[in-house]
Every structure is written in structure tokens, then in C-alpha cells.
Design a protein around this ligand. Structure first.
Ligand code: KG4
Ligand code: ZN
Length: 367
């Protein structure tokens, strides 16, 4: 298709090795088409360590990237000759993994004589609502994952303004830690959500941090510690937790998380809509958006404000390479390109004008 740009995307910034092929219309009005999106997860490799081990992740990316690219091309029924651009996550992320992806992309670009573009992983997430739902700029975005939590006004493929974010743990990180505290498996989010179905969210009074503060910064570290203290108190009282205690704690924790995210979304929407009152839209992405209770509450908040709500399908909410191909393709169509000196950037804020956050999820690198 001469009027479309065919982009090979590569993603390896954390624990998912991913490749995708995407067509983007050169005319801005046409919708992009995902021809393939392949993700090789690494959960099995990291499970016994209770978290992602950077060295193991980097090695697995290096071993699997070429297979993943091959599979993505084969699923798209294309060979490299049909590709117009190689887009790769160049950060932020775990340095070893990002280097693996950048080296792989450089090799392909050089070997096939293709242009190369390095993409900010967070831009990939932030632009996904355009890819999946055709949202028009500007829109408000809540990126809520295992390593990040921030509100962004998205005004263009290179124009992001951070309105606020977590000053300590990311919500997914807090879900994972609470699961560990309660002896549940990893990743913690789905485990806690399942336990919470049976629980009473009102039994334990857990904190809703920073609700008294203006703006949309958040904090989740104290909430997680409150779960730990409650567990310790229960254990001291009766020598262990019952299934009911565990379910009630999960429900209480999830409700506190839901309430904080909803309240801060109200503040962020008010700030965003003061500047952009017409046809407001609010999108959420990242693994925590998979939580039904939280997602439903965020949709209700969007309705309160008369804003269109978008939550991409789960496979495009979590890490994938289609979003990288899309973000890279958009920038290439605006005349940007990188050279063979493209460097991996483990830290790479999306909004370089706002002051750095105190913390953006302690894992810092995972988005
Ligand atoms: O976006 P993601 O797949 O990976 C990155 O962090 O980049 O997000 C993973 C995080 C994990 O912390 C996981 O526990 C959380 O998202 N998560 C959930 C749910 N499913 C995944 N948190 C709450 N409820 C869920 N259903
Ligand atoms: Zn991510």
C-alpha cells in the first residue's frame, strides 16, 4: 500500500519481548491497522525471584528478539522488503533490555537499509487511545502500571504535559506488594482483585493518602504499609490470617486504591478541562486498568465530567510493540528519524518541562 507506511515495532524495556507490524496511513485521517503483535512474556523466568531480575530479562530479550520479529513478520504475511521503518523502544526501562532491543533494531535497519526511530515507551502507552479508539488531541491520559502512574495531557505525538503522578510507589507495584504481604501469587493485581470479590471493603479503615492535597499527585506507599500493619495486628491477635481476613484486606486495599485514583482523576480532569473545555476525553492504560472495579469507577468519573472514556483492550493496555510502531510511525511521518548513534535511555521523562517527580514508581524503569 503506497499510501501507508509499514512499520516494524520492537519493545524490550521490561519483561515482555515484543514485535509488531503496523500500517499507518500517510493521510492523517485514516485509521492505523495492526497486522501482527507478538508478545513473549517472561513471567515464568522471574516467578521464583518475586520480581523482575534485570540480568535475566536482558538475556531473555537477547535470545528471543529475533524469533519474535520473525514471528511478527510471518503473522503479518510480510517479509522485511515490505517494511518502511524500524521503530524501537529506546527508553525508559531496564538498561540491558532496552540495549538488546536497540541493537536488534539497528541490525535490522542497517541490514535491510531501513530508517530507524527510537521511541519513548511512555509515548507508546500515551498514544494508544488514538491507535485503538481514534481519540483526537488533546485528551487526558492516566497511565497506571507496575512502574508508573501519571496524568498527562496529550496534545500531539511529541507534546505531553504531566499534570501529576505518584510520589512513591506505582499502583501496580502496590498491588504486587500487597499480594506478597498476604501470601498471594504474582502478578499481584489479578490475585488481589479475585480475593476482593469475596471481601468486605469496609471492615478495615485503610488510608486514602493525599486526598486533602490540591492537584493530582498521589502516594501509595503508606496504603501498602497500612495493609502490612493490619496483617501484623491480626496475626498478633489470633496467630494467623483467615481466608475472610485476607479477602477483607484485599477488598479494603482495592477500594482505597479505587477511591484515590477516582478522586485524583476528578482533579486532573478539572485542570485539563479548564484549559481544553471542548469535547473532553479521558483515557486510561497500563496493567492496573485491567482491574474491573477501578476501571468502572474511572469511567463513572469521566461521565460525571461529560468526557468521552477510552480504555484500550488489555493486550494493548499492557506492554506491546504495536504502540511502539505507532508512536514511531507518527514521528517519522513528521520528518523525524534517528541515526546509528541512537542510544538506550534508561531514564527518559516524557514531559521534560515539568519538574522531575520525587518518585515515579520505585521500580522507576518499568512502565
Ligand atoms: O502495564 P503492565 O502490564 O506492565 C508494566 O508495569 O509495564 O502492568 C503490570 C502491573 C502489575 O503490577 C500487575 O499487578 C498490575 O499491572 N495488574 C493489575 C491487574 N492486572 C495487572 N492490578 C490490579 N488489578 C488487576 N486486575
Ligand atoms: Zn509499559
Amino acid at each position: 500500500m503506497a499510501d501507508a507506511l509499514t512499520v516494524l515495532g520492537i519493545e524490550s524495556s521490561c519483561d515482555d519481548t515484543a514485535a509488531a507490524v503496523l500500517n499507518i496511513g500517510k493521510d492523517d485521517d485514516s485509521r492505523p491497522e495492526i497486522l501482527s503483535s507478538v508478545v513473549y512474556g517472561q513471567a515464568d523466568l522471574h516467578a521464583r525471584f518475586g520480581g523482575v531480575v534485570p540480568e535475566i530479562a536482558a538475556r531473555a530479550h537477547a535470545e528471543r528478539l529475533d524469533l519474535c520479529v520473525k514471528e511478527a513478520l510471518s503473522e503479518a504475511h510480510l517479509c522485511l522488503d515490505a517494511v518502511d521503518l524500524v521503530a524501537v523502544t529506546a527508553g525508559p526501562g531496564l538498561i540491558g533490555g532496552v540495549i538488546s532491543g536497540v541493537m536488534c533494531a539497528k541490525g535490522i535497519a542497517m541490514g535491510a537499509n531501513l530508517p530507524l526511530i527510537g521511541v519513548n515507551h511512555l509515548a507508546g502507552h500515551a498514544l494508544t487511545p488514538r491507535l485503538t479508539d481514534g481519540l483526537t488531541y488533546p485528551y487526558l491520559m492516566l497511565l497506571v502500571s507496575g512502574g508508573h502512574c501519571q496524568f498527562l495531557t496529550v496534545r500531539g505525538c511529541r507534546a505531553f504535559k504531566r499534570l501529576g503522578g505518584t510520589i512513591d510507589d506505582a499502583p501496580g507495584e502496590a498491588f504486587d506488594k500487597v499480594a506478597r504481604i498476604l501470601g498471594l501469587g504474582q502478578p499481584g493485581g489479578p490475585m488481589v482483585e479475585r480475593e476482593a470479590l469475596e471481601g468486605d471493603e469496609n471492615r478495615f479503615a485503610l488510608p486514602r493518602p493525599l486526598l486533602d492535597r490540591a492537584g493530582c499527585d498521589m502516594s501509595f506507599s503508606g496504603l501498602k504499609t497500612a495493609v502490612l500493619r493490619t496483617r501484623q495486628t491480626l496475626e498478633a491477635e489470633k496467630n494467623g490470617l483467615t481466608a475472610g481476613d485476607r479477602a477483607d484486606l484485599c477488598a479494603g486495599f482495592q477500594a482505597a486504591m479505587r477511591d484515590v485514583l477516582a478522586a485524583k482523576t476528578r482533579q486532573a480532569l478539572a485542570i485539563h478541562m479548564a484549559e481544553y473545555p471542548d469535547e473532553p476525553a479521558f483515557a486510561v492504560a497500563g496493567g492496573v486498568a485491567a482491574n474491573k472495579v477501578i476501571c468502572a469507577q474511572l469511567e463513572t468519573v469521566a461521565e460525571e465530567f461529560g468526557a468521552r472514556f477510552s480504555a484500550p483492550p488489555l493486550a494493548l493496555c499492557t506492554d506491546n510493540a504495536a504502540m511502539i510502531a505507532y508512536a514511531g510511525g507518527l514521528r517519522y511521518l513528521m520528518g523525524e528519524q534517528d541515526g546509528m548513534d541512537l542510544a538506550a535511555r534508561p531514564r527518559w521523562p516524557l514531559d521534560t518541562e515539568s519538574p522531575a517527580m520525587l518518585g515515579s514508581g520505585k521500580k522507576g524503569s518499568k512502565a
